[in-house]
Design a protein around this ligand. Structure first.
Ligand SMILES: [Fe+2]
Ligand SMILES: [Fe+2]
Length: 473
């Protein structure tokens, strides 16, 4: 195992793939199917080269190489972080035992399921974003979209490698099914709800990369702790790529808020729609939607599956090794906030093991709040009183304890009729979507940008904003 990546093989890798001819042949058999899928379901915009980063090593320093590459010639491959010598299991009943290099028989089905569910989200997002290239606000944004897309494709490779290498015939069948299911398909949809929603415009794309890719970060963080070492090392490297996706989301929303603030000041009105900007109330409704559907991805607050995965060592907590408890949690309790029958909030004390999804969701929510603070700083610096906020965790939920209630963004429990009456105030309306879509037109001249978003402060890899990030026919 080396940190540098072999680009001589048909499938770039740092797992010494050529030493296992059967596995290599199986993956080389999957490769053209992946490329077919990419051709059919990947980015719809024709291009002649995109300024992309490609992984050249997995080490700490200088892992990426930047150059113009035609999208379909991107070298998707299999990259695992370096092994840690004598790595030990950090939590659960096997804490202290050596990490597993093979899949223990009793955990085979559970591990396979965890890998399939994670793997399913990766190509789903490429499908959801397929048409966005037709309306990119600048060449810089177009390049970032494609960078995210090729890396989500690579994340699919990461999961397919594990399925092929460790799960036999069933794993190979699951790898096929990952290309067969499609986002939004009525017959064979993607596994998780948020990944069947269309990413219809660029504000939705920034929100998706902020809120939904961030869910991915937290899920990968728990799998990085896994006792199954190949999964842990795969996820560790994916997290490095993921950081850029969240940068795209954070700075994307920054730039929309900045532009809206500029227009509000310039025209001395909050109603900036007529001036080509996105009103702050619409941005708030997009936040409400994307945050609430992303919270659903954490699953039910109480989960015996999550408890079992933890106890067995399959899936840890966020930054497990930095926690100062016993890493077994058999004696620990946590509180779950939930509304009583009278609509008054109460706290229920439950075993910490049962509430692991809630623990992860709490870490995620705290992280999400950082973006809100940034965006509100932009507003306060501009002298604008309006503040953006995260809705209450119970708002608009379809999974978990809150899904039986109608909860306002402020956390008030309402009856169904009242909630419905307020829906248009809280969630994007069809008028909002139509309006935002009316702003979406492609700006492909170097150095230019659409009306509704500010240019970035910096370009990619030290290049200026007006660099030719994408060659178009
Ligand atoms: Fe991903
Ligand atoms: Fe991502």
């Amino acid at each position: 195992m080396t940190t540098s990546i072999n680009y001589e093989d048909k499938i770039p890798n740092n797992v010494d793939l050529s030493s296992d001819r059967r596995l290599q042949r199986a993956l080389e058999g999957w490769q053209p199917k992946f490329l077919n899928w990419w051709g059919e379901m990947g980015p719809a915009l024709e291009n002649q080269g995109v300024y992309l980063r490609t992984a050249v090593s997995v080490g700490r320093e200088g892992w990426a190489h930047f150059d113009h590459v035609a999208l379909e010639q991107y070298r998707w491959g299999i990259f695992l972080s370096e092994p840690r010598q004598d790595r030990r299991i950090a939590f659960g009943e096997n804490r202290g035992a050596p990490a597993w290099q093979q899949v223990p028989g009793e955990y085979r089905a559970d591990l396979q399921r965890l890998i399939v569910v994670q793997g399913d989200t990766e190509p789903a997002s490429v499908e959801q974003q397929r048409l966005l290239g037709l309306t990119a606000p600048s060449l810089y944004d177009l390049r970032n979209l494609f960078q995210v897309n090729v890396e989500e494709g690579r994340h699919l490779w990461a999961m397919v490698y594990l399925l092929h290498a460790y799960f036999g015939r069933e794993g190979r069948e699951e790898a096929e099914a990952l290309l067969f299911r499609n986002s939004g398909s009525p017959d064979s949809p993607r596994i998780l709800g948020a990944f069947n929603e269309e990413t219809a415009d660029w504000l939705a794309f920034y929100m998706f990369t902020y809120f939904t890719d961030r869910d991915g970060k937290y899920q990968l963080g728990t799998l990085k702790e896994s006792a199954f070492d190949p999964l842990s090392r795969t996820c560790e490297f994916m997290l490095k790529e993921e950081a850029h996706h969240m940068f795209v989301g954070t700075t994307g929303v920054d730039r929309v808020v900045q532009r809206s603030a500029d227009l509000i000041r310039e025209h001395d009105t909050m109603d900036i729609a007529a001036h080509g900007g996105i009103p702050l109330e619409i941005i708030q409704r997009y936040i409400n939607f994307h945050y609430s559907v992303s919270l659903d991805l954490f699953g039910s607050e109480t989960s015996t599956n999550a408890a079992n995965y933890f106890t067995a060592g399959l899936k840890g907590r966020w930054q497990e090794e930095r926690r100062t408890d016993d890493h077994k949690l058999t004696e620990d309790a946590m509180f779950l906030d939930k509304p009583g029958a009278d609509g008054i909030w109460t706290q229920e004390e439950l075993s910490a093991l049962l509430l692991l999804n809630l623990d992860l969701r709490g870490e995620y929510s705290a992280d999400c709040q950082n973006g809100l603070n940034r965006w509100n700083k932009i507003l306060s610096d501009a002298g604008i009183d309006f503040r953006l906020s995260l809705p209450h965790v119970g708002f608009n939920r379809e999974v978990g304890v809150y899904s039986d209630f109608h909860i306002s963004p402020q956390g008030t429990v309402l009856d169904a009729a009242t909630w419905e009456q307020c829906r248009a105030k809280w969630l994007p309306t069809s008028e909002d979507f139509t309006f935002v879509r009316s702003l979406m037109y492609p700006v492909y001249e170097r150095g230019r940008i659409a009306s509704w978003v500010a240019p970035p402060r910096q370009g990619i890899n030290g290049k200026p904003f007006d660099y030719e990030y994408v060659y178009l026919p």
